[in-house]
Each structure stands twice: as C-alpha cells, then as structure tokens.
Ligand binder design. Sequence first.
Ligand code: FES
Ligand code: FE2
Length: 375
Amino acid sequence: MAEQFYVKDCWYVAGTAEEFPSEKLTGQVIAGKPMVIWRTKDGEVVAYDDRCSHKRFPLSKGRLMPDGTLECAYHGMRYDTTGKCVMIPSHPTGPISPQAQVRAFPIIEQDGLVWIWPGDPERADTAKPPRMPEIGDSKWETITVGPMNVDANYLLLVENLLDITHFYPLHDGNIGDIANSRIPIELEEGENDGYNYVMTIRKTTDYEQPPYLVDWFHFDKVDRHHTHCLVSPGITRVVMRNAPPGGLEQRDVEREFPGELKVDGNERGYVLIHTHTPVDNTHHTWRVLVNCPAQHMSKGDSNTSTAKRVAEMFPEVAAEDLWAVALQQKMFEFPEDGYSEVFLKPDLALRRARKIFQDLHRAEIAAQEKAQAAE
Ligand code: FES
Ligand SMILES: [Fe+2]
C-alpha cells in the first residue's frame, strides 16, 4: 500500500450533536475540504466552504449576526445559511455578483451524529449515512471518547480496529490478552444499505474471561461473540456479546443490524462505534462512542455503569493505538525500495478492507475523468 488516499464521496461524521451547540461556528477540514459548520437558531446544522469568496479568509473566524447571517471577519461580507452572499458593507447598494457564494455541503443529522458529504454533491443521494440506533435510545447509555486527532491516514486506524492480533503486545497491561489473539477468525462480507462491509467474528465457548471483562460484564466464564465490522469508510462497529456458557443466542449471520446486542436478554456486552473522518492524506479525526445497555452496572463497582467503566479504559488504549499508527505513518515517507508488507492469515480482513477503499477510490477517479471528458 504505497499509495495513500481517502474516499471523498462518502458520509463522514463531523461530530456528535452535542459538538454543535446553537450558533457556535466551528472550522473543520474533512477530506481535504475546509468547512465552517454550525447550528442555526432554528436548530438546523449547516456547513459550507470555510473560505470567504472574497479573499479566502476563514469564515469560521467570523461571527453570526442577529438575522442569522454569517459575517466574514475581514471585510464583512455576509452570507445566508445556503452560502449565498447577501450583503457587502463596502457596496451597500450595489448588485451582488452571483459569484459571491460559497459551496454548501450536504449534511444530515441522524442518530445523534452530524454527517457531512465532502465529495461530489451530485452523488450524495447514492447512499445514506448508516444507522446507529443505540445512540440517543434511552435503553442505551452512550459515552463519547474524543474527538482525537490522529497523525495517520485513516486506513491505518481501520486496519488497527479490524485487527485484534495487536492486543498483545501493543495493549499488554490493559486489554492485552494473548489467548484472545489466538481465537480463530471467521470472515463475513456483504452489502448493507449501499455499503460493502467486511466483518471479523471471533467465537469462543467456555472462555475464561480476563479480569477487566469480568468487571465489565460479570461472568467469569462465557460463550462470546466478538465482531469488528467496517460498515462504511467512515464507521467501524465493534460488538461484544457475552453470556454464561450455553446461553448465547446463535445466529446464521452475525450482522443482525440493528440490535446485535439485545438490551433485555441475558447477554452482556457493548457496541463501540468508531468514527474515522479523514482530514487529509496523513491525518484524521477519531471518536469512539461506547454504548452499553443503560441498566448494566460494573461488577467491581455496582455504582458505576458498564459504559462508564469501558469508556474509562479507552484513553489509555487509544493512546497506544495513536502511537502505533503515527509511527507507521512516518514510515510511508521513505521510498519503497522493493519493500512489501507480509500478509499473515489473520490479516485477511485488512486486505478486504483495503479493497473496499481502493474500489471506491477508483470509482471516484473514473467518475471525475468521465465528467472532465464530457466538459
Ligand atoms: S475576505 Fe471575507 S469579506 Fe473579504
Ligand atoms: Fe488497538
């Protein structure tokens, strides 16, 4: 994988709903596009090009006026929520050129997340953001870890998330469990809601849980299904279902989405929603939304919810992953010189994930070339 890239025609998470309080301007870069994003007085979230159409000054450094327009901090051009300039202070009466307009980005708020389509707006209708039903459902407790800035191409994080064999030694001392990394992997692939997905499944029976999983999920010995699914280029879902031996619901297809984990049964576990949003080729933004059934408390501390205990562990684990992927990224600066990566058997899902990204990237390039040829 000498070539690094990101997919532009995709719905990416720009933040949780709470990250966009009313009338607060935020500047972000998503897939190479600078954007100003905010929630209007009426509660709608809008996003457009952060570069003022006049002299590229970042509009996110401007301010919102009482009439809801955004005023550029440099020469004061004002834009409405669609990105159209509606007032120029130095030409109060003159006509406003239609060029005085910034491009708005397709945006959808759904399941407590704000999704943005940084790519070709004409293609935004080809897919909908994947559903994340646990977020905002009162039967679930959701805790967000992040946003974290990652100094690496987002595919390096996706590979990290799909790969449990790095738990030992990278996470030795917290979630590292060498027995875990030896559990055979099943692979499931398919298409869901317009996205090709790849999922790894680790099934164990009569498994002696490490102490931290006993604390989170109570049972000392379990039957367990642990799945890691690349849902779309922007989302990876990790689901762990535990039940006392013999008590785990068996399924033909592991992906029974939504509701992979039943909140009211005898199973305990979590749904981790990882959002990986590319900034550029060598940076991305990572959030982890930890979801556990709201009534589940930790075994070690019955006053602390399972979700809270899981989320508490995350910053330490994430720091190790951040360290690893940033160091990997640095190595891409060297010429290949005949270098090639060795693929191990457990890396099969990584290979499939890369293919999903590559296919989407190629399709994008082909579409661009076709559009250019038609011009
Ligand atoms: S740069 Fe924004 S008004 Fe001049
Ligand atoms: Fe990790």
